[in-house]
Design a protein around this ligand. Structure first.
Ligand code: FE2
Length: 358
């Protein structure tokens, strides 16, 4: 899905606005430095730009200081490309939004510093955005969903949530490591590097295709919460014993993938039964996984629900979702002074109220 130039109807309540507004959003919470620019006209928004640069560690997981250095290095060119793509001058931007958490401290501070500077130097209103809320809002915008059961899965988050009383309510979440982190860690530990998603496939998906056999692994669902650490330990132990046997490693990957995705389907199904929601919205980096999307499709068909998985261009971290969520906040007057803007590494989804929610 090519988003630049596309127009979307805003699916949430916003105050009436006469003028058209342009908002620039900055994302830097983890491995991605991104800038998005969005334009509001009445009750619809047009995507003007969405430019990203991703830090890819040579070895191991994300080093926060290395990732932040990457962001510092690319910030100038990403901002410039976004403004060029949008065909706007920074002076014509009406507000600057930035993701202030949750995320990695050194990475968050790069985006926050840049946003404070743009806001202070050009005298632009500044808007703080929750990164998790932004993942959900951009999913709602593109899908047109109003009141979905949200499944948010990424390298740093795994949760199921709904909207109630102007807040996001978390029904279930991981009790230890996030789902994306489990897959990345497993892939790295067994030498299936690099574990990045290519065309909706993780390294674990590629490995899973080497076998169609299945072996039971720990399936830990507690109410609507999930636990992945025991599963990771068990899969790693088996992988070490496989001693490079390709078919055996394929069997472990296949079993790991089936177990982990079925755990997620299980908690989604429980939440669906509990809430009676008729829409399922899959967001976050892992939402672009083709195997998982297929499972969600089957689940949604079974319960007669509408299902939408955010496309890869916006499933992962991006500046566009920050610009859009920043726009919603700005419309409700939620701005902050540059000197008051602080980053929140553990900024929870259910911490604050959002006036546009039902
Ligand atoms: Fe994210």
């Amino acid at each position: 899905m090519m988003l630049r130039g596309r127009q979307f109807q805003i699916p949430v309540q916003i105050p009436p606005v006469k003028d058209h507004l342009i908002v620039l959003g900055i994302e830097s919470t983890s491995h991605t430095f991104g800038v998005g620019i969005i334009e509001l006209n009445n009750h619809s928004v047009r995507v003007l730009a969405n430019v990203s640069s991703q830090y890819k560690p040579v070895k191991g997981g994300i080093h926060p200081s290395e990732a932040s250095q990457h962001h510092v290095n690319v910030a100038h060119s990403v901002v410039k490309k976004a403004l060029d793509d949008a065909g706007v001058d920074v002076k014509s931007v009406n507000a600057v939004a930035v993701a202030v958490g949750p995320g990695l401290g050194p990475c968050l501070r790069v985006g926050a510093t840049l946003a404070r500077f743009i806001s202070a130097y050009w005298n632009k209103p500044l808007v703080a955005v929750n990164h998790a809320v932004a993942h959900i809002e951009i999913g709602k915008l593109v899908s047109g969903m109003v009141d979905p059961l949200v499944v948010y899965i990424s390298g740093g988050n795994t949760l199921v949530a709904i909207q109630r009383d102007k807040k996001y309510r978390v029904l279930g979440e991981t009790l230890d490591i996030p789902l994306g982190n489990l897959l990345d860690t497993f892939a790295r530990e067994v030498g299936l590097a690099p574990p990045y998603v290519v065309s909706g496939k993780h390294a674990v998906d590629v490995c899973a295709e080497w076998s169609s056999e299945f072996t039971p692994l720990p399936f830990t669902v507690k109410g609507s919460d999930l636990s992945f650490s025991g599963l990771l330990t068990a899969a790693l132990r088996m992988a070490r014993e496989s001693k490079g046997d390709r078919a055996l490693l394929g069997k472990i990957c296949n079993s790991l993938r089936e177990t982990v995705f079925n755990m997620l389907i299980e908690v989604t199904e429980r939440s669906l039964m509990l809430t009676g929601k008729k829409e399922i919205l899959l967001v976050g980096g892992v939402a672009s996984n083709t195997t998982l999307r297929e499972k969600f499709k089957v689940l949604a068909e079974f319960y007669g629900c509408r299902y939408y998985g955010t496309p890869p261009e916006i499933a992962g971290d991006n500046g566009l979702m920050i610009a859009y969520t920043g726009l919603l906040s700005y419309l409700y007057g939620r701005t902050t002074r540059p000197e008051d803007l602080t980053v929140k590494q553990r900024f929870r989804l259910d911490e604050e109220t959002y006036p546009w929610l039902p």
